[in-house]
Design a protein around this ligand. Sequence first.
Ligand code: ADP
Ligand code: MG
Length: 254
Amino acid sequence: MTRDVLECERLHKSFGGVQAVGDVNLKIQENQVCALIGPNGAGKSTLVGLVCGRFEPDAGRIVFDGQDITTLPAHARIRLGIAYTFQITSIFADLPVCENVALAARRALATTGLPRRTYTRARAVRHRVAASLEQVGLSDLGAHRAGDLAYGHQRLLEVAMGLAQAPRLFIMDEPTQGLALQEIENFKTLLAELAGSTTILLIEHNMDVVMGTAHRVAVLDAGSLIAQGTPEEVRADRRVQAAYLGTSTEQVLK
Ligand SMILES: Nc1ncnc2c1ncn2[C@@H]1O[C@H](COP(=O)(O)OP(=O)(O)O)[C@@H](O)[C@H]1O
Ligand SMILES: [Mg+2]
């Protein structure tokens, strides 16, 4: 039986007088890729901020693996297995690439009960670092200072940091933003590899990536979810087409 990893129930969040997220219900099943799309300012980053614990909702409930996490602090959610890459790069520029990934791995392994300074733990970290860098194609750059990487590689490093946490839910906020065409293709391949074994909430503007990799697509517009379904269902939805008016729907949802 498939189970829901994440359930958002009637979430509301306003900033000042502006409603960023209004009455949003969203469920993500285990090992599925759910893409969250919508115009700029639709509330996508706010919604994932609520799931990560960056913000607390004004109303509503967030259930993760059956546990109510609505008011849990962000670090506790990381321990439960929620990993994320933000829209803004959040790496430690002065540290080597591999050390950035090791920090993420150690943070996640801190909860497994392995004593802090053991050979076993160090080996587990090394293993995760190597595997994660390999998955995103950065193995050769492990010793480089992270701040010296090209922008696209920094984004991939963030993905590696998330993978090193072996997350139960991996949230990616516009991971392909600023990537070159070939890098986007590589990223699609990576997503396809992860799909089916990792639960992913993907905010993504590139419809090629969304339609090619997501099992489900949810569409936010002005803080409300206006459609949810398979990529095909969402593509055919009139309200979705209307939300993208001004840009050619054919182009946006091709
Ligand atoms: N920290 C914040 N403080 C004030 N307003 C915010 C904040 N974050 C987002 N907003 C506002 O909430 C709305 C939704 O923004 P956001 O969630 O970033 O949209 P998206 O990620 O879909 O582009 C926008 O009107 C934005 O200006
Ligand atoms: Mg955003």
